[in-house]
Design a protein around this ligand. Structure first.
Ligand code: IVH
Length: 678
């Protein structure tokens, strides 16, 4: 690199290219929830951009991906004081209470004409949004009403939220209120995935939304596809009514709480409240009532607030829908880790617009505490929960025909032993050859975050297991297109596509494989941490509890407690698991942190010696990059050296390389390799 001008253009190009790549992957991750690369690969792009920007600080731009909060996991949330306290609202549960609210208002404002708005009361998590000059700058949870958590990075992942208001005719600073929630469908998908991963299920969309807001890594939050609806503004928009304010918010591009209705009197309010109850089950998200607000902003001001809540606003809460039905039977679902979940089989009933024929009974304690018997009439409720639950038994309807449930002594699917670990409510099938567990394990192995085997759905897995074509995850790699094409609803084309995706998965990076193995307590995040710390499956297999704890103390791995460490070590001690891993190895799966793609780079398994100084990277950074590509950095040039990278003022090492005929790379060539391969 002799021409100084050219150098900087070259660097600028590399930086631009990296930023473009990162933005592209951000979009896939945050907006489409369909990432193409692993978190590990993403981190590497980010790290390279960071390195270059540190070297060339004048090339840092405010919109560079390195300059924003999202994309980087936080260690904790910042606590922020609300500009306007986030109060709660009064609740009513009947028409009478609603009329009493109206009477109170009339007493306080005898001479004023009051109109109202009615809105859906979304069952999510309250949020305060701050916009400066029309640009979204901060999102804070309600917290204790005075202070909340700064969850800006997670809120930024919400696709429907306007981040930059086009209409620049907005107040310099705006504080907007809304509700963050998860659509029912999304919630169901999240829980399905959690079930496959052996993780605890969220009880309802609200809990799932709250849990998501608390995730420290916005990239994880992005996958959960949160949504938002705004319902109020604390800033003066120059309008006279709440109704107009909502309209303005809509014009600014916010997803507002629709339908919002204007009511001239309290009777109209009642009509809309009833309508809300009627449309409740058809909405894509949960609502738990209606919110009624005095429409005139001047009257809102006159009414003011008590210490707890504004006087001009009230919620009309819907009752949780409860229906009586009969329990025909109690059956068990067997999960990936063998946990048996009891499920009540019900005489079908319609609750909140959908037919319910099953209710989770959670565990043994639940059945015993509520004394639920087969043949009992029970009250079933579908409140915030998507999975209906049995609230209570109608004991008056017992006629002696009810049967106390005898817990099975053997697994209803495979006949294996059932165990109950001390201190746990869960019953577990301990058979290693249980077909239900096997199915769940295969589904988990193939799932999107694990080995991402496209086309290996539930019904194919069931057929493969039932026909004994597979007995463990490794057997997938021995399947032939002919065997798959013979399955129900499969043809030659889909069979060949499935074989292709199975083949492709062999080159997946290590975190996917570790996660896919289904070690208890090891989620995708933990799998990534373990992969980075151990660099190969063989090294992880050899890890002892002491070794894991030692790495934890040194801060190399985080979040590994006793239980996780024991779970990892005992997984790899199991003879059956060892055998599966042996088979996976024989099929040529990638067991290393570096995937096959990376192995194809010129530095992989090579000894590289650095000499002279590079303008883009320090010696330490360049060494790290070579190591990332699987190379070794040598300190002196010998006949075993594969490459010498020669920067400015290279000295004797360069001479030695020339003597020994060792390929010499200049900085340009070195950068090209790094840029292409990392
Ligand atoms: S107005 C002063 N409008 O319900 C409080 N709240 O149970 C202003 N909520 O904390 C809130 N939908 O999180 C308002 N259309 C709506 C709402 C709504 C849901 C939530 C909000 C509030 C909680 C009270």
């Amino acid at each position: 690199m002799s021409d100084g001008q050219f150098d900087i253009y070259e660097i600028q190009n590399i930086i631009d290219d990296l930023r473009k790549k990162i933005r592209y992957h951000d979009k896939l991750y945050y907006q489409d929830a369909q990432p193409e690369i692993s978190d590990f690969e993403y981190d590497k792009l980010m790290q390279r951009l960071n390195n270059l920007e540190q070297q060339y600080p004048h090339l840092i731009t405010p919109d560079s991906p390195t300059q924003r909060v999202s994309g980087k996991p936080l260690t904790e949330f910042k606590t922020v004081q609300h500009e306007y306290p986030m109060l709660s609202i009064q609740n009513t549960y009947s028409k009478e209470e609603l009329f009493a609210f109206y009477s109170r208002l009339k007493k306080l404002l005898p001479d004023d004409e009051i109109s109202f708005t009615t809105e859906l009361k979304i069952d999510g998590v309250a949020i305060s949004l701050i916009y400066e000059k029309g640009i979204f700058t901060r999102a804070v949870t309600r917290g204790d009403g005075i202070r909340g958590d700064d969850v800006t990075a997670n809120i930024r992942t919400i696709k429907s939220l306007v981040k930059d208001i086009k209409d620049k005719n907005v107040p310099d600073k705006m504080v907007i209120r809304g509700e963050v929630f998860l659509a029912r469908k999304t919630f169901e998908q999240i829980n399905k995935q959690r079930q496959e991963q052996g993780l605890q299920l969220f009880a309802n969309p609200r809990n799932a939304a709250a849990g998501t807001l608390k995730l420290l890594d916005p990239r994880q939050a992005a996958k959960r596809r949160l949504d938002i609806i705004v319902y109020g503004i604390d800033t003066d928009l120059g309008v006279k009514t709440h109704f107009e304010a909502l309209r303005k918010l809509k014009e600014f591009g916010f997803p507002v709480n629709e339908p919002f209705n204007l009511c001239e009197n309290i009777e109209d309010v009642m009509v809309y409240c009833e309508e809300g109850l009627n449309i409740r089950s058809q909405l894509p998200f949960d609502i738990d009532g209606m919110v009624i607000k005095v429409n005139e902003l001047e009257l809102q001001k006159k009414l003011g607030s008590t210490a707890k809540s504004p006087r001009w606003i009230i919620a009309y809460k819907f009752p949780a829908e409860q229906v009586m039905t009969k329990i025909y039977d109690i059956v068990f679902q067997v999960g990936r880790t063998g946990i048996l979940t009891p499920v009540a089989v019900l005489e079908p009933v319609i609750i909140s617009g959908s037919t319910v024929s099953r209710a989770s009974l959670y565990n043994k304690d639940e059945i015993e505490n509520k004394d639920i018997r087969i043949g009992d009439y029970v009250i079933v409720e579908k409140g915030g929960e998507i999975i209906p639950k049995v609230v209570s038994v109608v004991t008056e309807k017992r006629d002696g025909s009810q049967l106390v449930f005898n817990f099975p002594k053997i697994c209803p699917v495979c006949g294996g032993n059932i165990i109950q670990e001390q201190g746990e409510a869960a019953l577990r099938c301990d058979s290693i050859s249980c077909s239900a567990q096997l199915m769940r394990r295969i589904e988990h192995f193939a799932s999107r975050e694990a080995m991402n085997i496209d086309g290996l759905g539930e019904s194919i897995v069931k057929q493969l297991v039932d026909k004994k074509l597979i007995g463990d995850v490794a057997d997938l790699y021995a399947l032939s297109a002919g065997q798959i094409a013979n399955l129900e609803r499969m043809g030659d084309k889909s069979a060949s596509n499935l074989i292709k995706s199975i083949e492709k998965s062999k080159n997946n990076d290590l975190p996917r494989l570790i996660f896919g193995m289904g070690i208890r307590h090891v989620g995708i995040r933990m799998a990534e941490i373990l992969a980075k710390a151990y660099k190969s499956l063989d090294a992880l297999m050899a890890a002892t509890i002491d070794d894991l704890m030692d790495k934890k103390e040194k801060g190399i791995i985080t979040d590994v407690g006793d239980i996780v460490a024991k779970s990892i070590v005992s997984f790899f001690l199991s003879g059956k698991n060892k055998n599966v891993i042996k088979k996976l190895r024989s099929f040529g799966l990638n067991f290393k942190l570096f995937s096959k793609d990376i192995e194809e780079n010129p530095f992989f398994d090579k000894i590289v010696v650095l000499t002279g100084s590079l303008s883009v990277y320090t010696r330490g950074q360049a060494s790290r990059l070579i190591k990332e590509l699987g190379g070794t950095v040598g300190s002196s040039v010998t006949k075993f050296t594969h490459y010498v990278v020669a920067g400015e003022k290279a000295g004797s090492k360069l001479e030695k390389a020339k003597q020994l005929n060792i390929p010499i790379l200049n900085e340009d060539e070195f950068l090209r390799i790094i840029n292409e391969c990392l």
